[in-house]
Ligand binder design. Structure first.
Ligand code: ATP
Ligand code: MG
Length: 696
């Protein structure tokens, strides 16, 4: 019968005959060597698309097959998503055992270890993690306390101070050297900056707060300062593997040394030409120095690219050949055919947008699924126009990177309430929520926090604080809410339901504030609905808050727990967030000097080199089709007086262009027929007149 349901058999999770399978069959000899390599430090250094990640996945699978217990393998990746994808692929090779491999980012693993071993190192287990914004807020509070807030216009901004602090931690450069190199104009304030950093460090300790950099720093220190702690922590894993090693920094190298000195079973893979995180303290020298950091390391290089057609590689090779310094060599492929990449000249942004949308549909109609296409750009805001057009045309898309859901003020507001209930010493969150309340301003908020500090941040004390009359109402409702959040007099709920009901309780107070604050609060209220939905997936408030702070989702799909493969959606991504990925067709938009490379990098040779590597990363994401789009006219707002922004990106010089084909978008607007000169059906101007009660 035609409508007899077909039986769908879920796939077998265990591999039928473990051991029968040759894990190296689908690899070339160099990749296979890396997969079967023994137990000493191993560095695989190779260009884009040469199968580094694939090799690492097979190595994980191979270790499991060799009998290494899966939960004694640590796989460090750049995002949570990457770890999950790699382990899913390992599962296809060796079955579900691979799910027990510990995978994640350095920060998330550092966090797990700190919760587990922090107590032995003098760190209370219930610390709160601050994201970058929180860390800046805390530093700002310190500035106020030290009287450095308003004193001098030439004193660095808080954002700069935090950046300096973070760089100091991650690069291990002494502060004076850093100041000398990066911000000599602030050298005269070295003393004050040092005092501020000391205050910041103490403030974090007193408030039980931990910033991102601490997660790495404390991990390194636990390994280095106590042989017995080191034995316990390093003893958790027999093998450590790291993807994208070119984007790690010295602190991370120190961590790996601490984790692997006993057994030396460390495998790292990476490409110096793709190092794009110097602003976080990463340095491509780190990968070149691997043999020095881990003496006796074996190095394997790979040259064959399996991702892209030769014309795409020709272009990428020329772009990166202009780099000042580079180790990995030119790429080649055995893939035949393929068109030269397009260099598309558009009149302006509108035409660029139209070109991308049209071409996406054209490829889609020729059989390329939407999720096999991506549009890449230098910075998150550059896709705004395209997003509107895609929405209008009902082309589904998802956006990676540059999306600041968790940095949105209203989301941070709600989380701040949860955070003070979790950690009553969280000064940053106290200040945030106090400042939200009607009748409480900066000085009342600071007075209240000082009073709380005197009472050792005892949550019960808050209810009894004296407040000025105009703040009394707000104080009462906040005290009531905080008692509720601490579970006093509340109905029993646990896990995700509890976190979700906490959010509901917060919103009983907060929604009114939000509605008051914004003219059009609907989208923000919807964000909070979404936050509540996400919360149900977490077993406790602690895990929920930690997960949000640690692995800031790179897109809304991440938050909802979906993935790009489930829905057929076009990917829009910053180049940074596209690292390690590949698509059949890739569009790189805004190839304009001052946009890509970004204008602020143009005067600094190191930063310009990093922008070049970023362009290389963008181009090497494409498998079959690549189009680089260049709008010739850039309108006002982003134009700076110093540069002319309507120049083609300097990375696409004449020699580079020789590997591309020029495409000019036809100006269809000019072809639009002129309006016929007949009598108008309505008179718009007449309709508008008198609309606001005017008489004429
Ligand atoms: P990137 O530098 O961008 O991170 P990579 O070196 O990690 O790239 P992979 O992503 O592992 O490269 O591989 C690129 C593509 O080539 C993938 O689609 C992968 O499956 C394929 N590939 C790698 N090695 C082989 C091989 N030996 N045979 C067939 N396909 C391969
Ligand atoms: Mg990779």
């Amino acid at each position: 019968m035609a409508d007899e349901p077909r039986l769908y058999r879920p796939r077998d999770r265990a591999v039928p005959h473990p051991g029968d399978r040759d894990l190296t069959a689908a690899l070339n000899p160099d990749q296979a060597r890396a997969v079967t390599f023994g137990d000493a430090p191993l560095l695989v250094i190779a260009g884009a698309g040469t199968g580094k990640t694939r090799t690492l996945i097979h190595r994980v699978a191979g270790l499991i097959e060799r009998g290494v217990a899966a939960d004694r393998i640590l796989l460090l990746t750049f995002t949570r998503r990457a770890a999950a994808e790699m382990l899913a692929r390992a599962e296809r090779l060796v079955g579900s055992a691979s799910a027990r491999v510990h995978g994640g980012t350095f920060h998330s693993v550092g966090h797990r270890l700190l919760r587990q071993f922090g107590a032995a190192a003098g760190l209370p287990a219930d610390f709160t993690i601050m994201d970058q914004g929180d860390a800046q807020d805390l530093m700002q509070l310190g500035r106020g306390a030290l009287g450095l807030a308003k004193s001098n216009k030439r004193f660095p901004k808080t954002e700069t101070l935090h950046w300096l602090y973070s760089r100091h931690i991650n690069t291990e450069l002494p502060l004076d050297e850093l100041l000398h190199r990066d911000t000599p104009q602030f050298l005269e304030y070295q003393e004050q900056i040092t005092a501020l950093f000391a205050d910041y460090t103490l403030r974090k300790q007193e408030r039980n707060l931990v910033d991102y950099d601490d997660l790495l720093l404390f991990w390194a220190l636990m390994l280095e300062a106590s042989p017995s702690l080191q034995a316990r922590i390093a003893g958790l894993y027999d093998h450590v593997l790291v993807d994208e090693y070119q984007d790690t920094n010295l602190l991370q190298a120190r961590i790996l040394r601490g984790m692997c000195t006993a057994h030396r079973k460390l495998t790292v893979v990476g490409d110096d030409a793709q190092s794009i995180y110097a602003f976080r303290g990463a340095h491509f020298r780190n990968i070149l120095d691997f043999p020095r950091h881990f003496p006796g390391a074996t190095m394997i290089t790979l040259a064959q690219n399996y991702r892209s057609t030769q014309p795409i590689l020709d272009l990428s090779n020329v772009v990166i050949s202009r780099a000042e310094e580079r180790y990995t060599k030119d790429l080649f492929t055995k893939r035949e055919g393929g068109e030269r990449p397009w260099l598309v000249t558009a009149k302006d942004e509108a035409q660029q947008t139209r070109f991308v949308a049209d071409r996406v549909l054209q490829l889609y109609e020729s059989g390329v699924p939407l999720h096999d296409m991506a549009v890449l750009f230098r910075a998150g805001y550059m896709s705004a126009d395209l997003e509107i057009e895609l929405a209008n045309r009902k082309i589904p898309f998802e956006k990676w990177g540059g999306l600041k859901f968790l940095e949105a003020a209203h989301v941070k507001d709600v989380l701040a309430f949860l955070r003070v209930s979790e950690n009553p010493r969280d000064e940053v969150s106290w200040y945030r929520i106090l400042m939200l309340l009607p009748g409480i301003g900066d000085s009342t908020a600071r007075t209240m926090m000082a009073a709380m500090q005197e009472r050792s941040w005892d949550p019960d004390a808050f209810t009894h604080l004296l407040t000025p009359p105009k703040a009394r109402e707000a104080h009462r409702s906040l005290a009531h809410l905080l008692r509720q959040l601490r579970g006093i007099g509340a109905a029993d709920a646990s896990g995700g339901a509890k976190v979700a009901s906490d959010i509901t309780a917060v919103r009983a107070l907060y929604d009114a504030i939000l509605t008051e604050k914004y003219d059009r609060p609907e989208a923000r209220l919807a964000d909070l609905d979404q936050l509540r939905t996400i919360a149900t997936g977490y077993p406790s408030r602690t895990t929920f808050l930690a997960a949000l702070a640690l692995d800031p989702p790179s897109g809304t799909q991440d938050l909802a727990g979906g993935s790009e493969s489930e829905n057929d959606t076009l990917v829009l991504s910053t180049v940074h967030s596209a690292k390690g990925k590949e698509w059949k067709a890739v569009f790189v938009i805004w190839a304009v000097d001052g946009w890509f490379p970004a204008s602020r990098s143009i005067e600094d040779p190191d930063e310009l080199e990093e922008e070049r590597r970023l362009m290389y990363v963008a181009l090497t994401r494409a498998k079959d089709e690549l189009a680089v789009v260049y709008p010739m006219q850039v309108y006002g707002s982003k134009r700076s007086a110093d540069y002319s922004f309507d120049q083609l990106s300097r990375f696409l010089d004449r020699g580079v262009r020789a590997t591309m084909q020029r495409v000019v978008v036809e100006d269809t607007e000019a072809a639009v027929p002129a309006p016929a000169a007949t009598a108008p059906e309505i008179d718009l101007r007449a309709l508008m007149r008198g609309r606001f009660g005017g008489t004429s």
